[in-house]
Design a protein around this ligand. Structure first.
Ligand code: AP5
Ligand code: ZN
Length: 216
């Protein structure tokens, strides 16, 4: 099962990806996570990417396409994969089509999580992430049991540098300009599935699960 999760920043892609991966056992490929890991390690890639990420801009296509190309060649992707946060531009979508063709694969479903801007801002400004294991919380909707501490590993929770309100609004703008056109791109291919992302975490997952069971 080869799936893409599409949706605005803070739309719940990462949250739903964890649940999909748990149930279906496919690898989770999140370009945002890969880039943040490079930033944390201070690699050349990380230094370059950080400038764009902190401003809420997209990292250049060539860089991100290269990362995904390498990742999709790994043997664990044989059983399927879940792309989260990629593709984000038409150029990335076309590059992905090319790579998959070379690998003899195709996308089974693009799940579009639909959430409006005001809800996105509310979700992201209260988001906290575990510095150690990357688990994601929301101070109101999905709070940790203990203040500032990860339930899973006890790690410290922090606010991402790009989760300040002005950067979030910029990310939404970039999404509308560059990524929203992909909805039509995949609709034309007949593989787009829309879910209402304003519902609770479990209700959103129920909608996604129904789609995945149909295509599995
Ligand atoms: P990336 O990390 O991909 O960020 P994003 O797309 O902006 O998405 P987020 O991680 O912010 O949100 P999410 O949809 O995963 O939501 P979450 O589940 O956490 O990218 C970051 C940056 O990297 C980009 O700006 C860009 O610079 C660069 N980049 C990455 N990929 C790139 C690419 N392909 N090309 C170029 N540049 C790239 O949920 C948000 C919050 O809401 C959480 O607190 C959660 O607990 C809560 N929540 C989730 N679901 C619900 C619900 N149903 N009800 C209530 N609360 C909920
Ligand atoms: Zn943790």
């Amino acid at each position: 099962m080869n799936i893409i999760l599409l949706g605005p920043p803070g739309g719940g892609k990462g949250t739903q990806a964890k649940k999909i991966v748990e149930k279906y056992g496919i690898p989770h490929i999140a370009t945002g996570d890969i880039l943040r890991e490079a930033v944390a390690k201070g690699t050349e890639l990380g230094k370059k990417a950080k400038e764009y990420m902190d401003r809420g801009e997209l990292v250049p296509d060539e860089i991100v396409i290269g990362i995904v190309r390498e990742r999709l060649k790994q043997p664990d992707c044989e059983k399927g994969f879940l792309l989260d946060g990629f593709p984000r531009t038409l150029k990335q979508a076309e590059a992905l089509d090319e790579m998959l063709k070379e690998l003899g694969k195709s996308i089974d479903a693009v799940i579009y999580i639909d959430v409006p801007e005001e809800e996105v801002v509310k979700r992201i400004t209260y988001r906290r992430t575990c510095r150690n294991c990357g688990a994601v919380y929301h101070l109101i909707y999905a709070p940790p049991k203990e203040d500032n501490k990860c339930d899973k590993c006890g790690g410290e929770l922090y606010q991402r540098d790009d989760d300040k309100e002005d950067v979030v609004r910029q990310r939404f703008k970039v999404y509308m300009e560059n990524t929203a056109p992909l909805i039509e791109y995949y609709e034309k291919k007949g593989i787009l599935y829309r879910v209402d992302g304003t519902k609770s975490i479990d209700e959103v997952f129920a909608q996604i699960d129904e789609i995945l069971q149909k295509i599995a």
